[in-house]
Design a protein around this ligand. Sequence first.
Ligand code: UDP
Ligand code: MG
Length: 218
Amino acid sequence: MKRPALSVVVPCYNEAACLDVLHARISGAARAAVGEDYEIVLINDGSKDDSWPVMQRLAAADPHLVAINLSRNHGHQLALTAGLDLCAGEQILIIDADLQDPPELLTDMRATMAAQEADVVYAVRRKRAGETLFKKATAAVFYRMLDRLTDTPIPLDTGDFRLMSRRALDALQSLPEQARFIRGMVAWVGFRQVPFPYDRAERHAGETHYPLGKMIAL
Ligand code: UDP
Ligand code: MG
């Protein structure tokens, strides 16, 4: 089977209100980057809203779209893992469903990957629009504590929004860890990894699914 040039992988929990706009914006960005040679992989992580029916409607009308329905809510990192297992692309863009990470940055991220001969281009948050002081403060503490706890340097203020090569993804997916912290594991696999500064937007709709309890668990 020939791999598509690009897979865009999106974990989704209660994101029904974002999915139509998300689909349109990812499709536009993917088409601008690689023409028709892409797939969009949406993972429904046991949503309690209409995310799954919306995904099915979108998938019925768009052959680029792969919709995956998990058996229950497994959490962000495992939902993402399921999508990374099933995606087939030569390049993989990981992105959140709420449009805090603008899909249109794909073109510049690909240019950075090519120019720097990188296997990973990870997006680093310069600004975080519409997020509470509490969220920004806990995030700042989280990334700095993590940096002290691990031998592997994990980039500060970096989520899972990133572009990866197939070989970097295969290395990541070969790790047998069951409790997966993906941004840390990607940093660990090596290859050439370069930062890509961006300004984080506000959520398109809805609220964060990372309340304090989930942040502590992460
Ligand atoms: N998410 C998920 N499962 C969960 C919680 C979140 O798949 O149990 C997804 C969510 O739909 C989004 C991404 O993970 O695409 C990041 O979540 P969120 O935007 O709520 O986190 P924040 O940006 O506030 O840190
Ligand atoms: Mg978000």
